[in-house]
Design a binder for this molecule. Structure first.
Ligand code: IPE
Ligand code: IPE
Ligand code: MG
Length: 242
């Protein structure tokens, strides 16, 4: 897990917490479902723009393990929007060289979504231009615990359980850590998202609700990121080479 000191203008990995669909809808007198639909449609906009900008890894938080606490009907809407999204976006992902990957417990999802996700992952496996990670049925603490368990299962000795051997057993194995984490809707928390991988990520919070987070809002986040000084424990003088 070596990391570059200077923040390149374009991050390699952007991770987004797509929050605020409900409030977006409420403020327009619409149902929460309408908010989730608008949010799902916005995913296309942001994926396309990240791909165009050359962001190699994009991770989107679509459903947390805690989201099972929501009303059954709302969970049903979210999972049916996932199917629609996969059906609609799969040809585009193939065309644009986007590889789909899922972070989370696929086996714990309903059968149609499991099948559609596996199919989409297989179909896009050859994509070389961008990795789109969908965090679905995802929780960071469970991910870390499972990675440590996998170390034990693989027969690693205590001294061989290291940051690298644990990282190699996370859902994001082989991918760089997020450089930038964006959360929409004004909430200032991580909600069990990528807790291991985000140890040194730059955080960006915006009051914009997810369905309104378009290309301009993304550019604003990236401009803010480009102005950050990533020190990784060093002093600013060391980084300036003084
Ligand atoms: C994000 O929007 C979508 C999911 C968490 C699945 P919310 O549904 O959380 O919207 P708010 O936070 O209620 O506005
Ligand atoms: C986080 O949003 C999960 C996703 C965006 C999928 P929530 O709206 O569920 O987060 P909390 O519970 O308010 O922290
Ligand atoms: Mg929310």
């Amino acid at each position: 897990m070596t990391q570059n000191i200077s923040a390149p203008a374009v991050p390699r990995h952007v991770a987004i917490i797509m929050d605020g669909n409900g409030r977006w809808a409420q403020s327009r007198g619409l149902s929460r479902s309408a908010g989730h639909r608008a949010g799902a449609e916005n995913v296309h906009v942001i994926v396309s723009e990240c791909r165009r900008l050359g962001i190699a890894h994009l991770t989107l938080y679509a459903f947390s393990s805690e989201n099972w606490n929501r009303p059954k009907a709302e969970i049903g809407v979210l999972f049916s929007l996932l199917l629609e999204f996969l059906r609609r976006e799969l040809p585009l992902m193939q065309e644009k060289g986007i590889r789909l990957s899922v972070l989370g417990d696929v086996d714990g999802m309903p059968l149609p979504q499991r099948t559609a996700l596996r199919h989409a992952m297989q179909t896009t496996a050859g994509g070389r231009d961008m990795v789109l990670n969908l965090a679905i049925n995802y929780g960071a603490r469970a991910e870390i615990v499972n990675a440590v368990r996998a170390c034990l299962h693989d027969g690693l000795k205590p001294e061989d359980v290291t940051e690298d051997t644990v990282a190699a057993r996370l859902y994001t194995a082989g991918q760089p850590d997020p450089d930038l984490v964006i959360r929409t809707s004004g909430e200032l928390r991580l909600s069990n998202y990528l807790l291991f991988q985000c140890a040194y990520s730059e955080l960006y919070f915006t009051p914009v609700q997810w369905p309104d987070f378009g290309v301009e809002a993304l550019h604003a986040a990236l401009t803010d990121y480009a102005g950050r000084s990533r020190r990784f424990g060093k002093t600013q003088e060391q980084i300036n080479g003084r």
